[in-house]
Ligand binder design. Structure first.
Ligand code: UDX
Ligand code: UDX
Length: 428
């Protein structure tokens, strides 16, 4: 099929490559010139494993192209995915301004082309947005619409390419049989389970999935704090809990909390949307509250174990919200760095990929490029992102270190010699 994708971020770019991989011809559009230049040169505009190789391959073959021109994207395709960001606004609500702008420009280009076109929403949007906001904008432009659909994405950064090539499931929220068949055939080569529903249900499936996963993490973190004061280890507990196939062991890793571009913003947007309709959301409120507690709790324990934080040189290892990405959106390293600084600590940081992005969030923090130099500078280590390079680092040979705090259960304490060690969720 001939496809265009509006928005070339994690979702748009990896979806484009997965579709090109199974034989479609794809035009990517973005408003960022830097992104388009980078894609045309076959280089991913962000760090995401597996993207560079496939991208350079498909750019060379011509199966993936990139443009900033809506008319070129629409003229060269029969079906358009909308994959621009839907970030959180300052009130914690979903900011629909980008998706509305993308829908208007897409509609205007379809109207000029004058041929029936399918538009599929892939961005995460609140229930009702596809039919209640995006479709009216498209109609208002005079676009000759074949149909509209909503297909949420379930990509995890760090393994987004793998997830796009082999999705767990494909949810097709549509209003007619022809659109369902078209989209089912498009995703057929991925051999995934397909669920058909209406667009509003598809939108809610995405929010409910993310809210449930975030709930599992906050649950594990609350149990973790109880384990700490009870003298047991939450990882041993969750091993037993996760053996129940009704529960599953996934997303029960206690630690510094969840970050990233999805969980915090999606849970928050759903809470706001519910409250705008007069509904209370006590469960999700406490999911967020628990997530805010964890970074402060970590710093509280550090202060207790160290006696005093002020003037200690404390190195945060890992600034990205998870390993294998340079994304720092809602990273838990930020509240930890701020809390440590507020209490007088001298804070430095290191990350294999995310240093420059983190510097835009906290410009006064020293960010090391070299891991050895960073560790030599530090007196205390706090591990926040479980990059493999930290797992294998010979901390035990660095006799000057006083203490290693492990926010992600990454370091083997047996390799630390006389250095103090405490991991979140282990006895205090
Ligand atoms: C995606 C989804 O679209 C979002 O709704 C979901 O909740 C998270 O995943 P993601 O791909 O991670 O977003 O976002 P990002 O990497 O920020 O990419 C969005 C892209 O859209 C950017 O490259 C941005 O430049 C582009 N964009 C934004 C447009 O092309 N047009 C606009 O009007 C706004
Ligand atoms: C998530 C969803 O998994 C994906 O389906 C959705 O489309 C986008 O949001 P992502 O945010 O990329 O993906 O990463 P994920 O692996 O889910 O991790 C999110 C955060 O939760 C990270 O900060 C991670 O450290 C944290 N986490 C995850 C835990 O603290 N414990 C866990 O057990 C799992």
């Amino acid at each position: 099929m001939k496809i265009s994708i509006i928005g070339s971020g994690y979702v748009g770019l990896t979806t484009a490559l997965a579709l090109a991989h199974t034989g479609s011809s794809v035009i990517l559009l973005d408003v960022s010139e830097d992104r388009i230049v980078s894609i045309r040169e076959g280089r991913a505009p962000f760090y995401e494993p597996g993207v560079d190789g496939l991208l350079s391959d498909h750019i060379r073959k011509g199966s993936v192209r990139a443009t900033m021109d809506y008319q070129e994207a629409i003229n060269g395709s029969d079906l358009t995915f909308l994959a621009v960001g839907t970030p959180m606004d300052s009130d914690g609500r979903m900011d629909a301004s980008y998706i509305k702008a993308a829908a208007r420009s897409t509609g205007e280009a379809i109207a000029r082309k004058g041929v029936p076109h399918i538009v599929v929403v892939k961005s995460t949007v609140l229930p009702g947005t596809t039919e209640g906001v995006i479709l009216p904008i498209l109609k208002d432009t005079g676009a000759t619409m074949a149909s509209i659909a909503m297909c949420p994405e379930f990509l995890r950064e760090g393994s987004a390419m793998e997830d796009a090539l082999h999705p767990d499931r494909v949810v097709i929220g549509c209003l007619d049989d022809t659109t369902f068949t078209t989209l089912k055939e498009l995703f057929e080569p991925t051999d995934s389970r397909v669920l058909r529903c209406d667009p509003t249900t598809a939108e809610m499936i995405k929010y409910a999935s993310n809210s449930f996963l975030a709930t599992k993490i906050s649950f594990a973190n609350e149990i973790s704090r109880i384990c700490e004061v009870t003298g047991i280890d939450v990882y041993d507990v969750m091993e037993g809990v996760g053996m129940d196939s009704r529960i599953s062991p996934q997303f029960l890793r206690a630690g510094a909390g969840f970050g990233g571009s999805c969980f915090p913003k999606d849970v928050s947007a759903l809470i706001r949307a519910a409250s705008d309709k007069g509904m209370k959301t006590p469960l999700m409120d406490s999911v967020m509250l628990n997530n805010d507690i964890q970074p402060v709790h970590l710093v509280d324990v550090m202060e207790e174990k160290l006696g005093v934080i002020s003037d200690k040189r404390i190195l945060i290892l890992g600034l990205a919200f998870k390993p294998d990405t340079d994304d720092v959106r809602e990273t838990r390293s930020l509240p930890v760095a701020k809390e440590l600084s507020t209490r007088g600590g001298v804070v430095g940081g290191h990350d294999p990929q995310a240093g420059p992005n983190f510097a835009t969030l906290m410009s006064d923090m020293r960010i090391f490029k070299d891991l050895d130099e960073a560790v030599d500078w530090a007196e205390v280590i706090i591990l926040m992102t479980e990059w493999p390079v930290y797992r294998n680092y010979p901390f035990g040979e660095k006799g000057h270190l006083l203490f290693v705090f492990d926010g992600r259960r990454t370091i083997d304490p047996k390799r630390l010699g006389k250095i103090g060690y405490w991991a979140m969720g282990s006895p205090l």
